[in-house]
Design a protein around this ligand. Structure first.
Ligand code: SF4
Ligand code: SF4
Length: 223
């Protein structure tokens, strides 16, 4: 049993969308579809010169399901169709989903969408049905990213690359005030000015020692 999570060195993103294309290919999603499983959110002035941060406040943030430890989508589902699997990934029993969309409304990250072929609410599940099911230990987005800014792995494994990185670099999470306890972590940019421009004032900065006790699954429901 693993406790999967992901970390991003978002300062390095070049907005190439290779991750999005790889994700769609892995999961059988048509290329033209927007906001499916993962997307790159642009913050700031997109007319600015991204390569010269003196002139620009543009940043590209990797967005997808946060695979929350305390997921409001799970709590909101009247049909009890949502559960946390043995690898601490938030999943859904597809045949139980009645498309009432309570989970979509409850998610603070807008991470879910309607799979209108199989009729349930889908989202990023860290390639659990494809790569992880085949015994692989990488996700399609992570392996494809040319900037190598995505780190994926078992947060319970002190030797994993993601934990090694989280021990070295401070980070923050998105919408901490929602109480979701996300398992997606964003590294503080090395460039201080870029960090100031892209991190909201008052955001809590974490070390691994502070985060580790928080990320043990609270709602683990066996499949
Ligand atoms: S990010 Fe949204 S969809 Fe994903 S586990 Fe959290 S509440 Fe659920
Ligand atoms: S593949 Fe990497 S660099 Fe390209 S958009 Fe995705 S996260 Fe950014």
């Amino acid at each position: 049993m693993a406790n999967y999570g992901m970390a991003f060195d978002y300062e390095l993103c070049i907005d190439c969308h290779a991750c999005e294309v790889a994700c769609k290919e892995e999961n059988g999603i048509a290329l033209g579809m927007e906001h499916r499983r993962l997307w790159i959110q642009k913050d700031g002035d997109i007319e600015g010169d991204f390569w010269n941060i003196d002139k620009s406040s543009v940043s590209f943030v990797q967005m997808q399901c946060q695979n929350c430890v305390n997921p409001p989508c799970l709590e909101a589902c009247e049909r009890k169709a949502i559960y946390i699997d043995e690898n601490a990934i938030v999943r859904i029993y597809k045949d139980k989903c009645d498309l009432l969309l309570s989970c979509m409304k409850a998610c603070p990250y807008d991470a879910r969408y309607i799979d209108d072929t199989h009729f349930f609410t889908d989202k990023c599940i860290f390639c659990a049905d494809t790569r992880l099911a085949r015994g692989e230990t990488t996700t399609a987005c992570q392996i494809t990213c040319p900037a190598k800014l995505r780190y994926f792995g078992d947060l319970n494994d002190e030797e994993s690359e993601i934990v090694q990185m989280l021990k070295k670099r401070d980070f923050f999470v998105l919408k901490e005030s929602e109480g979701t306890i996300p398992k997606l972590f964003y590294f503080i940019p090395k460039n201080k000015e870029f960090a100031q421009k892209t991190i909201e004032k008052g955001t809590k900065i974490y070390t691994w020692g502070e985060m580790k006790p928080k990320i043990q699954p609270l709602n683990l429901k066996k499949i």
